[in-house]
Design a protein around this ligand. Sequence first.
Ligand SMILES: [Zn+2]
Length: 299
Amino acid sequence: MLAYFLSQQSFLGNSIIIDGKIIKPLPHIPGAETSGVVEEVGLHVTSLKRGDRVIVYPKVFDGTCDMCLNQCEMLCRNAGREDVGVITNGGFAQYMAVPEKNAFKIPDEMQWELAASLPVTTLTPYHALKEAALKINEFLVIFGASGNTGMMATQFGKKMGAKVIAVSKDNWIKDFGANYIISEYDRVAEKVNELTQGKMADVVLNSLGVQTWENSFASVGLNGRWVTFGGLTGADVKLNIQSLYSKQVKLIGSTGGTRKEITELIDMSKELKARVWKKFTLDEAYLCFQPSSYTSKSP
Ligand SMILES: [Zn+2]
């Protein structure tokens, strides 16, 4: 796996850089979304015991800076907003060690597939929709709705009482709570206009980046919110600020989520589902990083 990373990323002393992020230590064990069973606890650990099933909150944080004290551990000033599995070794291993404050107990009946999806795939859109203050009966448009974060956002949109418009070519997203599906990617704003009788969306969630920027921003209505936690196809976009202030649109950036929100997700986990596309053993984990793993359509 290491050889694969090094072949395409820059090498800097005892670390490598991927997408502008320093990865360490080397050799490196990746894996930011982790669930597992506690094997052993340290001397002063009180909240966990051997045999407990847990998930790992993936942010490195100190718990003492103003951001941490304000329940924004993902913005910790002293940890640089970094992840377990990025600046530490991660979960693609038989064993990993994490601080007690990063480990959260999960119910016995929770499926491992969902458990492993909670720390990033589920937490990220949950926090983003809370940041966007989505309200009951509002129109929510989700770009990439059948992707991993998208399918979770769809479920939260439904739970929050919104009317969910999924931008996707996959019909199964209706089973996750989408009220409408828009499958013509180049006509999204036009379709949103039809579905909302000209009001346009109250909240647009788009983490796909520059390719969908124009269509997504054009889909936001008066007093609407455009929210993102990623820029998959590129992050540099062009914005006419008049179109922003004249409609009183808010652009909202969101990253990860808080530990408090992890506990909320565990509480509501019985009502959530994850769609697993493919399973890999630990020995096959390196295959996940190969582009063909993403493009193949096998179930
Ligand atoms: Zn902090």
